[in-house]
Structure formats: C-alpha cells, structure tokens
Design a protein around this ligand. Structure first.
Ligand SMILES: NC(=O)c1ccc[n+]([C@@H]2O[C@H](COP(=O)([O-])OP(=O)(O)OC[C@H]3O[C@@H](n4cnc5c(N)ncnc54)[C@H](O)[C@@H]3O)[C@@H](O)[C@H]2O)c1
Length: 264
C-alpha cells in the first residue's frame, strides 16, 4: 500500500533548517494548514523567533546540529516533549543546508578530516530518513520525508563542486528509495529548486558568495513558492513536475594558486 494523499491538517512535522528561508516558509504554510512543526536548527532567525512566539503549542524549537547523529536521533523524543506523549512525527523535512561556506568548500580546502558540507547537505537527509522510517515502522503508521535538494543535484557548477556533489548525493538517494512508498508506507521525495531569494544569498555571512555567483533577487524564485511545492509533494498522491526557473550560475571561482601545478 502506498502513502497516497497526505493532507497537512493535524500532522506533526520535524523541519531541519526551519529557522530561516525556505524551511521557515514551509513551517508557516504547514501551521496555517493545520499542522504542528518542530524546528530543528542551530538557531532561529529574528523572523522565526517572532513566528514561534505567535504560535505557542503549534511551533517548537529544538537546538540541533544536523551534522551530529546524536542530535538527529533525539528529534522524535523532542517532538514528544513539545507536543505530548505518544506524538509520532508524520512528516520529516530534511531542509538544513549550507552553500559553499568559506569553512567547507573544494577550492579553499581548509578541512583536515572530512567535508562538513557533505555531513550537513548529504549525510543528514539520509540519516533523518532512516530515523523517520524506523520511528514510523515501530508505530505502524505512514510518513513522508521531503529532502530539500536543488537543481545543483542534477547540474554541475565548477565554482560549487562540493555543493553540487552533496545535492547529487541526495538526489541519488531519493531515487533509490522510491520503493519505500509501497514497501514500508514511507514516501520519500525531493524538491529541486533553482535560485531562491533567501538568507543563503542575502544574509550577513553570504555577501562574498552572493557576489561570486552574481545573485540577483529578480532572477530568483521565492521561499513561499518552494514551500508550496513542498506542501504539494506531501499532500498529493501524484505530483506534477514543475520546471526549475534558473539553476546556479557558473560562479567566478578558480583553484588556489598553490593548487595549480606549473606547466612546463
Ligand atoms: N536559496 C537557494 O537558492 C536554494 C536553492 C536550492 C536549494 N536550496 C536549499 O534549500 C535549503 C534551505 O536553504 P535556504 O536557502 O532557505 O537558506 P537559509 O540559509 O535561509 O536556511 C538554511 C538553514 O539551515 C540551517 N543550518 C545550516 N547548518 C545547519 C546545521 N549544521 N544544523 C542545523 N541547521 C543548520 C541554518 O541555520 C538555516 O536556518 C538548503 O538545503 C539549500 O541547500 C537553496
């Protein structure tokens, strides 16, 4: 049996990265559709803080670093603390993500043990899906997982190779997991937005990256548009594919001088 139509009304969602941007827009839309949301994020933006204050009992916050599996494993219990005994999440949004931060990208190569971008963008959606599946199977109830991927999950961009690799990884994962809908009553889908006008580009820490990739709000879609697609992906049994508006520009990035071997 497949999950089928899954209205947001009376559902409980865990939303990683819900403290800002696309995932915050989804939280607002979900709550206005009758759902409750646990935001799992490192922090809340001022906008998210104010929305949380205005929606007591409907939105809760759990401090969570999605790179930590311990933090991810704690989320179903955090839902119980927030919304009551026996509450089992129905929806899991793997939305937290980073875009080519200075501290984790291919060309700066400042990391010594692993790429944190891969932990955040690629490993966390996979682990969260496993947690979702385990929690739902134990409770014998269906659930939906939405992975916020990107057109960078199907296109390559030289200047954002690590980001593209991380998003390709989750697109491959979601494709592989399609049978879980019928096999386990767990529907796993991805949304692949193009460029979206969010703090990922407009935030204080995003100035360099916005200049490097020539971000322009006029060419971008809005977080609300992506949130509506996420809602449709959850609620509808058959989702029509909508074309992405624009994928990442090339990006003005070159390898560090030290990395370029002298050509003799
Ligand atoms: N903005 C775009 O152009 C665009 C396009 C396609 C896909 N996406 C994807 O959409 C998702 C949301 O991005 P956004 O544009 O809303 O950006 P955003 O910066 O507004 O939101 C990202 C959120 O993720 C959180 N986050 C980052 N690292 C985390 C960690 N280790 N643990 C917990 N939370 C963490 C941040 O605190 C923030 O609240 C990301 O996965 C991003 O890759 C964005």
């Amino acid at each position: 049996m497949v999950v089928g139509a899954f209205p947001l009304r009376d559902k409980v969602a865990i939303v990683t990265g819900g403290g800002s941007g696309i995932n915050l827009a989804f939280v607002v839309l979900a709550v206005s559709s009758g759902a409750k949301c646990l935001i799992a994020d490192l922090k809340l933006s001022p906008e998210a803080e104010s929305i949380l204050q205005k929606n007591p009992g409907k939105i809760a916050f759990q401090n969570c670093d999605v790179a930590s599996w311990e933090d991810l494993e704690a989320l179903p219990s955090a839902v119980i603390s927030a919304f009551g005994k026996d509450t089992i999440p129905d929806i899991y949004i793997a939305g937290a993500g980073v875009f080519e931060p200075k501290w984790s990208n291919f060309f700066n190569d400042s990391e010594t043990d692993f790429y944190r971008t891969m932990k955040i963008n690629a490993e966390h959606p996979i682990k969260l899906t496993r947690i979702a599946m385990r929690t739902s199977l134990r409770a014998n109830k269906p659930c939906v997982v939405v992975v916020v991927a990107s057109t960078a999950g199907i296109n390559g961009t030289y200047g954002a190779a690590l980001y593209c690799a991380s998003k390709h990884a989750v697109v491959g994962f979601v494709k592989s997991m399609a049978p879980a809908d019928e096999e386990e009553n767990v529907k796993i889908v991805a949304v692949l937005p193009g460029v979206v006008d969010t703090p990922l580009w407009t935030g204080a820490e995003a100035k360099d990256v916005a200049a490097q990739f020539s971000f322009q709000a006029e060419g971008a879609i809005t977080a609300d548009e992506v949130a509506r697609t996420m809602k449709d992906a959850i609620e509808q049994s058959q989702l029509e594919r909508s074309p992405a508006k624009r994928s990442l520009p090339y990006g003005d990035v070159r390898p560090n001088e030290d990395d370029i071997e002298e050509q003799s």
